[in-house]
Ligand binder design. Sequence first.
Ligand code: GAR
Length: 203
Amino acid sequence: MKLGILASHTGTNFQAILDACQSGLLQSQLAVVISNNSKSPALQRARSAQLPTHHLSSVTHPDPADLDRAMVSTLQEYHVGLVVMAGYMKRLGPEMLSYYAGRIINIHPALLPKFGGKGMYGSRVHEAVMKSGDRETGVTIHLVDSNYDTGPIIAQTRVQVLANDSAESLAARVLKREHNFYVETLTKIVSGEISLTNCKVAE
Ligand code: GAR
């Protein structure tokens, strides 16, 4: 299965997936990396690995409908079968959601439906977890729909919140778990052990 990566910033999840593909742990081919941020470290990581990269954003395509179409046609050009969002912070357009329906996944650094939604990304998620007093948080991998963090859940793993945690220490521990969990879950999707058609919306 050919994977297309969407990433906006650092790209450490993308790097974990790339490493797993290169080592053979994940039996997939990374076909293309798309970023809305031309200066993202994620794009630099992809170039270092000699992967095809595309910067597609409101800068390259001011009309959202054009951008939506360009994303679909770029992914088609590389025969992408599964779209993997790895720290991609933009909502997707209707063409993307229709053409790749049920084949776009995202990772979120909390146990959705808690601590998700518009504006809930990066340190804000972990600050909110700390403030809530919850003793556990985690990682969610879910199918993508037209809203932020609301699509059917594919897999979750739990991470303990420790008594002496700060938002930063918690963020670091969750991110480390994300890397293994994304690769593990992708491996199960690619092998057919996880079916993307049986996922449920969390309540
Ligand atoms: C990750 O923690 C990912 O879960 C989060 O952005 C970070 C990207 O890190 N995504 C979201 O919050 C989506 N709502 P990375 O660029 O180093 O992979």
